[in-house]
Design a protein around this ligand. Structure first.
Ligand code: GLC
Length: 512
């Protein structure tokens, strides 16, 4: 059964979901205590941000042991308990896998720094001599995704000349060398370790990374970026797939940021990853033409190789939809409308925790910020990472009995789970109803008809309308400033109040 093809994945940013032990940081027991909520919400699977031991320079995306659990989140028993209980609730569990890099505190990297130039210990990473007379210039001009050079010079040492190491992200995240077979063997061991424990799959971080054209010193960021999306990376994904194929019903999902739909499709060829997360929908403005183009591109891309699409509006790196699409009630309304578009699309969907509550980005004072590796002007990824509010009247809104690791704004009280649960007009109720219809309505449950999965209708300027092929389920979105006539049919679900027979601006509807 290819359950992932239309599954709803719920992304849990582990530090921010629920804290069970009062240290102010979310943990695995906290997640376990919320499984009843997740079942009520109606999600099919969880995607947990990295749970591995980490110095937390990048909140777990800097890993020191891919086969362990950081004490901040719990231990291996807590993982086993969470998987067992989630399965009892009918929810699958997938985990983030960081295979492009390790932490600079990983035993491999420490051994590399302590080993002679040219030794096998150093061959697991990318070390290069510097340029210039005394090697004080980086080996090439590559930039890190977080800003600044992608190279850091290692500390002075006794075992050889000082070299530079490559890190496409922060200096605390040295890139692994994927031409080294030990690196491959270790990933295989990691995959089996977690698969044997019962995880249902992996979200592969920076899945277009791993292999680089290091001898190409051309400017990174050019059309053919030598840092990312190199052909060799597909061999890694074939290995991942071959291992997963020994375990029934497990899924590999790539976080793939590539420059074209054709390149994107290559990641989900039949012997590679099962799904690749589309980033174009989240990158689109609230504009029907842009949204439609993103949808068409992704469907054509994955359709060309027979894979399912998978749609994401936000994650722990992006501004939340309720802020990104506009300020205040406008942003809220647009985020709700886009949720109905996303959830009507054929394929899998990812909901980032808190988006089902319509949370806006939190405005954090500079001294409260924790995302120290991101260096892009005033932007910060902390605003979308603020803990989930559960109860309006409890300290820290029920997230923790201690001090939350990021301050929770007072506006989150009215958006807490308890404040929204019984309110039929709430964003939480909208998500619950949409997920219920995905499970029950023939527009979603009918096996897909042959041919393109969507049929587009002509729509007024600033609007889009599509039907899921072979069904009566239609979704329409109005991004224009004026109300437009509703397409014919009975409204099943609307993102905001309808205006007689008109679809107001910033609104989407499901009709049958
Ligand atoms: C991915 C993650 C991001 C992390 C980066 C480095 O882009 O989504 O949060 O900082 O990889 O691991």
């Amino acid at each position: 059964m290819q359950w992932w093809r239309d599954a709803v994945f719920y992304q849990i940013y582990v530090p921010s979901f629920t804290d069970s032990d009062g240290d102010g940081i979310g943990d695995l027991q906290g997640i376990r205590s919320r499984l009843g909520y997740l079942e009520l919400l109606g999600v099919d699977a969880l995607w947990l941000s990295p749970i591995y031991p980490s110095p937390m320079v990048d909140n777990g995306y800097d890993v020191t042991d891919h086969r362990g659990v950081d004490p901040a989140w719990g231990d291996l028993d807590a993982v086993d308990d969470l998987i067992a209980d989630a399965h009892a609730h009918g929810i699958r569990v997938t985990v983030d896998l960081v295979s492009n890099h390790t932490s600079d505190q990983h035993p491999w990297f420490r051994a590399a720094l302590a080993s002679p130039t040219g030794s096998p210990e150093r061959a697991r990473y990318h070390f290069r001599p510097g340029q210039g007379a005394d090697g004080t210039e980086p080996p090439n001009g590559w930039c890190s995704v977080f800003g600044g050079s992608a190279w850091t010079r290692e500390p002075a040492r006794d075992t050889g000349a000082r070299e530079w190491y490559l890190h496409l992200f922060s200096p605390a995240q040295p890139d692994l060398n994927w031409t080294n077979l030990e690196v491959w063997a270790d990933l295989d061991k990691t995959l089996r370790f977690w698969l044997d424990r019962g995880v249902d799959g992996f979200r592969i971080d920076a899945a277009h990374g791993m292999c680089k054209k290091l001898d190409d010193a051309g400017p990174a960021g050019a059309a053919d970026d030598p840092r990312f999306d190199q052909d060799d990376v597909h061999d890694v994904h074939r290995m991942i797939r071959a291992t997963l194929d020994h375990y029934p019903e497990r899924v590999a999902i790539g976080a793939v940021g590539v420059r074209s739909a054709a390149r994107f499709a290559r990641y989900v060829r039949p012997d590679e990853l099962h799904l690749a997360v589309d980033t174009q929908l989240a990158a689109s403005r609230f504009d029907a033409d842009e949204v439609r183009a993103a949808i068409e591109d992704c469907l054509a891309s994955v359709g060309s190789v027979g894979a399912a699409a998978s749609w994401l509006l936000s994650d722990h790196d992006l501004s939340r939809p309720a802020s990104r699409y506009g300020a205040g009630p406008v942003g809220q309304a647009r985020a709700r409308a886009m949720a109905l578009v996303q959830l009507a699309l054929p394929g899998a969907a990812y909901i980032y925790n808190g988006d089902e509550l319509g949370l806006p980005d939190a405005a954090l004072p500079g001294d409260a910020r924790r995302d120290a590796v991101w260096h892009h002007g005033e932007e910060s990824r902390d605003g979308c990472r603020v803990p989930q509010p559960w109860e309006p009247d409890l300290p820290a809104y029920g997230f923790t009995t201690g001090e939350p690791w990021l301050p929770i704004p007072v506006e989150y009280a009215a958006l807490s789970v308890a404040a929204q649960l019984e309110d039929t007009g709430s964003t939480l109720s909208l998500y619950r109803r949409a997920l219920e219809l995905r499970r029950l309505h023939p527009g979603f449950t009918q096996p897909p008809a042959p041919g393109p999965p969507l049929e587009w209708f002509g729509a007024p300027p600033g609007c889009l309308a599509f039907r899921r092929t072979g069904t009566t389920l239609v979704c329409a979105l109005n991004t224009s400033p004026e109300p437009v006539p509703l397409p014919p049919g009975d409204a099943l679900l609307v993102s905001g109040p309808l205006d007689e027979l008109m679809l107001p601006p910033d609104t989407a509807v499901w009709l049958t």
